[in-house]
Design a protein around this ligand. Structure first.
Ligand code: NAD
Length: 512
C-alpha cells in the first residue's frame, strides 16, 4: 500500500517509541524481531517484535507456576493492595497508554482513553473483591456437623486476547486473577503486541515495588496462533480465558477440554436491537449510530442487526441513512472524527465480501466502500454501510467484523424475538420501547437469549460491574463483575464433625 507522507509516518513511530520508553519497555523489545507492526491509521511501520518460541512459552508458564505457589499464600486483601497499585500506575499512564491504543488499534482518542479507564475501573472493583471472596456455609443434615465451602486460588491463568480490546480484556482477567491468588500468562493479539508490551512493562514495575509479588506473577508471550496453542495445550495452566472469533474458540475450547482444563470463552457476537412502535426514536437513533458505527464496527458488542417495527420504519430508517452519510470518517487521532480505520486490509476485504453477498440476497446497500482520507492513503478506511434486508439470510447470520448494519422489518413482537434469537451467536441485545410489559417480556425467559439484554440503550459497550459474556457460539464465558471471579478459583467443600458420634449421610448404617 502507498505510505502516508514521511512526516506522518515518522511521527507515529516516534510517538510509539516515546510512549513505550516512558512506560519502561526495553527498546529491543519493540524494535528487534521478525514481526512488523503497522498502524492501521496510515499503514506505517511502528515497531518490530519477536514471537515467543514453544520453549519460551513453556519457560514463561514455569515461571508463572512458581510465582503462583508463592502468591497463593499472600493474604487476599494484600493481593488487593497490589492491584490497587496497578490501578494507580494505570491512572498515571492513562494518556500515554490510551494514545498507544489509538495508534496501534485505530480507535478514536476517547475510545483509546476509555479502554484504559476500563482497566482502572476493574482494578478498583478487584480491590474491593479482595475482601469479598465469599464461600457459603450450609446447614448439615447430620447432628454436630457443619458444611462449608471455600474458594482457593486456581493456578496459572492463560489469557488470549483479541486486537479490538488490546489491553482492557487482559485487565478484566488479570485484575481478578491477581486478587484470586493466581498468576497470569498473556498471549495478546499478534496485531497489537505493542500495547501489550507497554502494559507488561507497567506491571513489571508494580511487581518490582511490591515485596510479596514474585517475579513471574505476570508473564507476556508474543506471537500468533502457534504461541496461543502452546499456552492452551499446557496442563500447568488450569484456566484459559480466550477472547476472539468463534473459529478460534472452537479450537481452543476443545484443546482445553481435552486436558480437563477450564476455558472461559468470549467469542463473536451478532447483536441486534429491536425498535418497537412506542420507542423514543431520537434516543434510539443516537444509540444505534454509536452501536453500529462506533469503533468502526469492531466491537464484539457492535450492533449488527436492527429489527424495526413496520409502523416506525419509515420515520427511523431514512434518518439513519442520513446519519450514515454525514458521519465523520478519518484519522482517529483527530478531534471530531467518529469512525477510524479497520484493523487491516483483510478486514476491508471481509466487509466487501459480506456486502456483495447481502446484495445478492436482495439487500439494498447504503454506504460502504473504501473511504479516501487525504494524507493517510496507507490506512484502512471504509464508509460504514446500512443494508435494508428482505429477510434474515446469508451474511446477516454471520459476524463480519466491520461496520455493516442489516435492517429488518417486523410486525409482531413474537416475530421480532424470533429474529433476534435466530442467529448462532448470543452476546448482546437490546430493545427500544416505552411499553413496560414489552420491555420486561424482552428480558424474561421467553425473550432475548443473549448474555446481555438492555432496554432503551444500544448493544455496545458494557460496564465492568456486571458479568460480561454471551451464550451459544459466543462461548458461554463470563468475565469482569458480579461473581465472574469464581471462574478464577477452585471451590472446596468441607464437612466438619464437631461431635463425638459418626453419623453417615442419607441415614446409611455401617456398624463395625
Ligand atoms: P481472532 O480469533 O483472530 O484472534 C483472537 C486471539 O486468538 C489472538 O490472540 C489470536 O492469536 C488467538 N488465536 C487464534 N487462533 C488460535 C488458536 N488456534 N489457538 C490459540 N490462539 C489462537 O480474533 P480477532 O480478529 O483478534 O478479534 C475479533 C474477534 O474477537 C471477533 O469475532 C469479536 O467478536 C471477538 N471478540 C469477542 C469479545 C467478547 O468478549 N465476546 C471481545 C472482543 C472481541
Amino acid at each position: 500500500p502507498a505510505l502516508a507522507s514521511a512526516a506522518a509516518t515518522d511521527s507515529l513511530a516516534a510517538e510509539v517509541a516515546r510512549i513505550l520508553t516512558a512506560l519502561g519497555a526495553a527498546p529491543e523489545r519493540f524494535t528487534d524481531g521478525a514481526r512488523i507492526v503497522r498502524s492501521p491509521i496510515d499503514g506505517s511501520e511502528i515497531g518490530r517484535v519477536a514471537d515467543a518460541s514453544p520453549d519460551e512459552v513453556a519457560a514463561a508458564i514455569g515461571r508463572a507456576r512458581a510465582a503462583f505457589l508463592a502468591w497463593r499464600a499472600v493474604p487476599a486483601p494484600r493481593r488487593g493492595e497490589f492491584v490497587r497499585r496497578l490501578g494507580e500506575a494505570l491512572r498515571a499512564a492513562k494518556d500515554d497508554l490510551g494514545r498507544l491504543v489509538s495508534i496501534e488499534a485505530g480507535k478514536i482518542v476517547s475510545e483509546g482513553l476509555g479502554e484504559v479507564q476500563e482497566m482502572i475501573d476493574i482494578c478498583d472493583f478487584a480491590v474491593g473483591l479482595s475482601r469479598q471472596l465469599y464461600g457459603l456455609t450450609m446447614g448439615s443434615e447430620r447432628a454436630d456437623h457443619r458444611l462449608q465451602e471455600q474458594w482457593h486460588p486456581a493456578g496459572v491463568v492463560g489469557v488470549i486476547s483479541a486486537f479490538n480490546f488490546p489491553v482492557a480484556v487482559w485487565s478484566w482477567n488479570a485484575a481478578l486473577a491477581f486478587v484470586c491468588g493466581d498468576s497470569v500468562v498473556w498471549k495478546p493479539s499478534e496485531k497489537t503486541p505493542l500495547t501489550a508490551l507497554a502494559v507488561s512493562a507497567l506491571v513489571d514495575r508494580v511487581i518490582a515495588d511490591f515485596p510479596e509479588a514474585p517475579a513471574g506473577l505476570s508473564e507476556l508471550v508474543l506471537g500468533a496462533r502457534d504461541t496461543g496453542a502452546a499456552l492452551v495445550g499446557d496442563a500447568r495452566v488450569p484456566v484459559v480465558s480466550a477472547t476472539g472469533s468463534t473459529a478460534m474458540g472452537r479450537i481452543v475450547g476443545r484443546a482445553v477440554a481435552d486436558r480437563f482444563g477450564r476455558a472461559i470463552l468470549e467469542l463473536g457476537g451478532n447483536n441486534a436491537s429491536i425498535v418497537a412502535p412506542s420507542a423514543d426514536l431520537d434516543l434510539a437513533l443516537r444509540a444505534i449510530a454509536f452501536g453500529a458505527m462506533g469503533t468502526a464496527g469492531q466491537r464484539c458488542t457492535t450492533l449488527r442487526r436492527l429489527i424495526v417495527h413496520e409502523s416506525v420504519y419509515d420515520r427511523l430508517v431514512p434518518r439513519l441513512i442520513e446519519v450514515y452519510r454525514s458521519v465523520r470518517i478519518g484519522d482517529p487521532l483527530e478531534e471530531g472524527v467518529l469512525v477510524g480505520p479497520l484493523i487491516d486490509a483483510a478486514a476491508i476485504a471481509g466487509m466487501e465480501k459480506a456486502l456483495a453477498a447481502a446484495s445478492a440476497a436482495g439487500g439494498t446497500v447504503h454506504g460502504g466502500g473504501r473511504a479516501a482520507v487525504a494524507g493517510l492513503e496507507g490506512g484502512h478506511y471504509v464508509r460504514p454501510a446500512l443494508v435494508e434486508m428482505p429477510a434474515q439470510t446469508g451474511p446477516v447470520i454471520e459476524e463480519t467484523f466491520a461496520p455493516i448494519l442489516y435492517v429488518l422489518r417486523y410486525s409482531t413482537f413474537e416475530e421480532a424475538i424470533a429474529l433476534q434469537n435466530g442467529v448462532p451467536q448470543g452476546l448482546s441485545s437490546s430493545i427500544f420501547t416505552t411499553d413496560m410489559r414489552e420491555a420486561d417480556r424482552f428480558l424474561s425467559a421467553l425473550g432475548s437469549d443473549c448474555g446481555i439484554a438492555n432496554v432503551n440503550m444500544g448493544t455496545s459497550g458494557a460496564e465492568i460491574g456486571g458479568a460480561f459474556g454471551g451464550e451459544k457460539e459466543t462461548g458461554g464465558g463470563r468475565e469482569s463483575g458480579s461473581d465472574a471471579w469464581k471462574a478464577y478459583m477452585r471451590r472446596m467443600t468441607s464437612a466438619i464433625n464437631y461431635g463425638s458420634a459418626m453419623p453417615l449421610a442419607q441415614g446409611v448404617r455401617f456398624d463395625v
